[in-house]
Design a protein around this ligand. Sequence first.
Ligand SMILES: Nc1ncnc2c1ncn2[C@@H]1O[C@H](COP(=O)(O)OP(=O)(O)O)[C@@H](O)[C@H]1O
Ligand SMILES: [Mg+2]
Length: 292
Amino acid sequence: MQVITKTELPLKKFSSGKVRDTYELGEDLLMVASDRLSAFDVVFSQGIPYKGAVLTELSLFWFDLLKGVTKNHLLPLDLPSNLARLPISLERRAMRVVKAKPLAMECIVRGYVAGSGWKDYQKSGMICGHQLPAGLKQAQQLPQPIFTPSTKATSGHDENINRQAGEKLVGKDVYDEVEEKAISIYEHASKHAKSKGIILADTKFEFGLYQDEVILIDEVLTPDSSRYWPVAQYQEGISPPSFDKQFVRDYLETTGWDKKPPAPALPQEIISKTSEKYIEAYERISGKKFVR
Ligand SMILES: Nc1ncnc2c1ncn2[C@@H]1O[C@H](COP(=O)(O)OP(=O)(O)O)[C@@H](O)[C@H]1O
Ligand SMILES: [Mg+2]
């Protein structure tokens, strides 16, 4: 099995992110999810087997499930004749999408207090300006899901922001619209996940403007963009084990790495366990067998 950390298609490159390489396809874009792994915003040189296929296939599953809730950027995977067929390894990792103008704000929804939300709450009793009940424990469910946007840093770490700062970035109308959309998507998705024995603790969406409309773009509800906890291991007061990169992060915390590039080499065992976690997340959430 080929691990894909680089792509080189005979198309004009549009952008290269931490994980995805995007190409121009006429007016549209071809987004290819590689097997690259990033943790603490640093990209590792080793890839995670099947990761790009998991991210793409899980996003496709969710886009379909959420069809009635929001418009998205997805188009049928029609390819130009010089690419009439992508190598099969890339075909599973590729999505054709409309070219949108991404909002300068990451749209995060939290149903539970974890991660940077837990850090903010401990400091101030608030997350992104939402005043929360006193005495919440780590990983506790919130009275209702909250919209906690962040900046979309081009380099370095994203920063949590409040409504006022968000409205400055995207305007009041768009802010209201994405807040409502993001919470509604979260509610639908967490209901589905729950029926599969999984808690959707929090997740990050990206929205973009396309033909004067706000649509859902990027990847959606993957282990890279979401914190998923198996119900069976969920407990308040701790950081429950999750399907996201927590597994790699926990390992890295034991190595003494200062979280600055270059990233250290990962042992083979950590790479294969991470791969299994991604595949397990896909299979449990979609209810489908992942084809290896
Ligand atoms: N439909 C779209 N139109 C334009 N840009 C998009 C679209 N969908 C996603 N993007 C952008 O493509 C990039 C995806 O690549 P990724 O590797 O996830 O980047 P990043 O390192 O910024 O997370 C993101 O910057 C995202 O904003
Ligand atoms: Mg991304």
